[in-house]
Ligand binder design. Structure first.
Ligand code: PBG
Ligand code: ZN
Length: 321
């Protein structure tokens, strides 16, 4: 007998397809990473990420205005400081590159201002914390993270996003925020952050490649997913409001697994290498532009609530036009 069910009935027009779509890309769920650069006077394109530049702090407001007009929800700040040292002290300078950027964004826009909290852009050795020999000392690093958190909070950040993968980092930051009157400031924890090759273009952009070794003693092993659930559980117990999986595209299973287990908002970070692969393929004509939307669809479909992507501005402009 001929089938009674014809799934194609719901695919006959764009309006019906839109009506029954199970997920969508809403610009209000998108966050755009922004590189603020203290070492330059004019925007510096990032070679491996066509369309992405590092912006001088003085010229930041034009870029932020454009982002706000595009309809994206917010920005995630990274800094390229004018000076680095062994202990990364420029990371908690009240007049540091991210602290100034936060103030500019808060004064001039209504964007959600998320500040990435790590030390790798600020240390001369490029690791995400304080070294003891060749090893990143967890608990010494936490003390510095607390100083950075306070400097971000007092600059007016809306959300603090620790990305260093130190044990106990969320609790340490939560404690210092609560003790200083910032009990309402949320933490977006990079909970399941993998040691990934996909950060390559970012490290070029942020000049944060480790001068020796790699990040495998603190970031997660790509072979694991149950371990990611443990990391998330710990961050939630330490008081994180939003949890993150990073990268996104090679880790969609982890996003889905987290979605099934946890009811907290999940952010997924589609990182520099993901942007670079897709953007370069599109620019070369090897993939059609639709690949951009399809890739972001896959992340929302997997269960993410928030997507951090270098395509955020492009997507918001496209979807709002
Ligand atoms: C710093 C940090 C990195 C990224 C975000 N925060 C780099 C790293 O861990 O080496 C990567 C972002 C991207 O690739 O887009 N801890
Ligand atoms: Zn780092």
């Amino acid at each position: 007998m001929f089938p009674v069910n014809r799934p194609r009935r719901l695919r006959t027009s764009q309006t019906i397809r839109d009506l029954v779509s199970e997920s969508s890309i809403d610009p209000r769920k998108l966050i755009m990473p922004v590189f603020a650069d203290e070492t330059t006077e004019k925007p510096k394109p990032v070679k491996s990420m066509p369309g992405i530049s590092r912006y001088p702090v003085n010229g930041l407001s034009i870029h932020l205005d454009e982002l706000e007009s595009s309809g994206v929800n917010g920005v995630l700040f990274f800094g390229i400081p004018s000076s680095k040292n062994e202990t990364g002290s420029s990371a908690f300078d009240q007049d540091g590159v991210v602290q100034r950027s936060i103030r500019i964004a808060k004064e001039n826009t209504g964007l959600t201002v998320v500040a990435d909290l790590c030390m790798c852009e600020y240390t001369s050795h490029g690791h995400c914390g304080i070294l003891k020999g060749q090893y990143v000392d967890n608990d010494e690093t936490l003390k510095v993270y607390q100083k950075i958190a306070l400097s971000y909070a007092s600059s007016g950040a809306d959300i603090i996003a620790p990305s260093g993968m130190m044990d106990g980092q969320v609790a340490a930051i939560r404690e210092v925020l609560d003790n200083n009157g910032y009990e309402n400031l949320p933490v977006m924890a990079y909970s399941a952050k993998y040691a990934s090759t996909m950060y390559g273009p970012f490290r070029d952009a942020a000049e944060s490649t480790p001068s020796f070794g790699d990040r495998k003693t603190y970031q997660m092993d790509a072979r694991n997913s149950r371990e990611a659930m443990r990391e998330i559980e710990l961050d939630l117990a330490e008081g994180a409001e939003i949890i993150m999986v990073k990268p996104a595209l090679f880790y969609l299973d982890v996003i889905r697994m987290a979605r099934e287990r946890f009811d907290h908002p999940i952010a997924a970070y589609s990182v520099s290498g993901e942007y670079s692969m897709i953007k370069n393929a599109v620019d070369n004509g090897f993939l059609s532009e639709g690949a951009i939307i399809e890739s972001i669809n896959s992340i929302f479909r997997a269960g993410a609530d928030i997507v951090i992507t270098y395509f955020a501005k492009y997507l918001a402009e496209k979807l709002n036009s």
